[in-house]
Design a protein. Structure first.
Length: 408
């Protein structure tokens, strides 16, 4: 099942959006967590994590399909998050049965963070005033309890949700929590990292690249070259330890990798590829270095057969993804998390390629416009602008870090 669909320059093919599997997995309340093959498994019901991600996918698909195509799904997903919120604790309940009852138990930090990220993205990007207003009210109700979050990935998700809100205007609480969590993560990283282990924990586990992604976007928002630089370094390290000798992505398996130990090779899961793609995207936007665009493509190609087993993890025609690569082949179940990771990866690559094509077209137009004024005898020397650029290329100096203009 190797994907042979490559375009003329060798990058993995971009496919039209398909929501077939997304719709197949969705019940009256939201998207079900698990599947047996392609069929949803109602025994495990729903969870906040996946419904939050489905809301993010709705927002991404609206850019291509138009809001009317996803509006009902987005409203259903936000309604699930509203119903998940427990006023007595200020936190989101996580698991829900197929008949709608909430499962008792401690709410995970990660589910809180993922909910806040999706709500922030809705406030920052939904083209629906009523939905944005509902999301804003839910954000305000949930915000007081986020100070109790201690898990790094949950804090990183909140940072990204805050950044989404700040893109549309000043918001002092969002800016405060973005700065607080990003700097806390940065301190933990600096206190634990070494020359051969550039990481804030003693184990690489899941959705690892979420952490440097949050440092980069927070650094740009705060005008902190240090935060951006640290995040970029972590992305580089994660790429270096997860790129095979053959040049394809080989994510950490779900047996994890303990510091000083042997890294797990399997099972490889889609969440790792997508997290790395999104972190590389943040690094590209911060530095302008094209190698991070290539890293995005590396992660995307993992889904389409450029991986350790040469098997396509995604089923683009159905809009689905298998639950991972095992030592013996594909995990043939196509659950919510894996499918949503494929759909998110595909839309970010679509946007990346559109931006790259527009940039190349603009550069070509500008070159044509200035061509008559260019002389053939231009000198490139140490004191000229072109000479300085050539020298920087020879010295392999990194591109400048681009700090986003702060919204507040």
């Amino acid at each position: 099942m190797v994907d042979q669909a490559k375009d003329t320059v060798g990058i993995a093919r971009l496919h039209p959006i398909s929501r077939r599997h997304l719709e197949a997995l969705s019940g009256d309340l939201g998207i079900m967590q698990h599947a047996i093959g392609t069929r949803p498994d109602p025994a495990h019901g729903y969870c906040v994590d996946d419904v939050a991600r489905a809301l993010e996918v709705d927002l991404l698909h609206a850019r291509v399909l138009g809001w009317p195509s996803v509006a009902d799904s987005a409203r259903r997903n936000l309604r699930f998050l509203e119903e998940a919120f427990d006023e007595s604790t200020g936190r989101f309940r996580n698991f829900r049965t197929v008949t709608g009852e909430w499962v008792a138990g401690k709410q995970s930090d990660d589910s809180q963070g993922r909910a806040m990220l999706a709500i922030g993205e809705t406030i920052g990007g939904a083209p629906d005033d009523e939905l944005r207003d509902d999301a804003t009210r839910l954000w305000d109700r949930a915000l007081p309890a986020i100070g109790r979050l201690t898990a790094l990935r949950a804090q990183a998700s909140v940072v990204l949700g805050c950044e989404a809100i700040l893109r549309v205007g000043p918001n002092e609480p969002a800016r405060t929590w973005l700065a607080k969590f990003a700097r806390s993560i940065d301190r933990r990283l600096r206190g634990n990292a070494s020359s051969d282990w550039f990481w804030p924990e003693d184990e690489l586990t899941y959705e690892n690249a979420l952490i440097p992604r949050c440092l980069i976007v927070a650094g740009r928002r705060l005008g902190s070259a240090d935060l951006v630089g640290t995040g970029v370094q972590v992305v580089d390290w994660l790429l270096s330890v997860q790129t095979s000798a053959g040049g394809h992505l080989s994510p950490i398996g779900n047996g994890w990798w303990r510091r000083g130990g042997v890294r797990s090779r399997f099972d490889q899961q889609p969440i790792e590829a997508t997290a790395l793609l999104l972190a590389a995207e943040a690094a590209l936007e911060a530095t302008g270095e094209s190698r991070f665009g290539a890293s995005m493509e590396l992660a995307y190609a993992w889904f389409l057969g450029r991986n350790d087993l040469g098997r396509s993890v995604a089923n683009p025609a159905r809009g689905a993804a298998f639950d991972g690569l095992t030592p013996s082949g594909l995990n043939l179940n196509q659950g919510a998390e894996s499918t949503l990771m494929w759909l998110i990866a595909a839309e970010h690559i679509r946007a990346h390629r559109e931006t790259a094509a527009a940039t190349a077209k603009a550069a070509e137009t500008a070159a044509q416009a200035t061509a008559p004024a260019t002389t053939a005898s231009t000198t490139v020397g140490p004191g000229s602008r072109d000479g300085a650029a050539a020298g920087a290329a020879r010295d392999h100096r990194p591109a400048a870090i681009h700090l986003a203009a702060a919204a507040s």
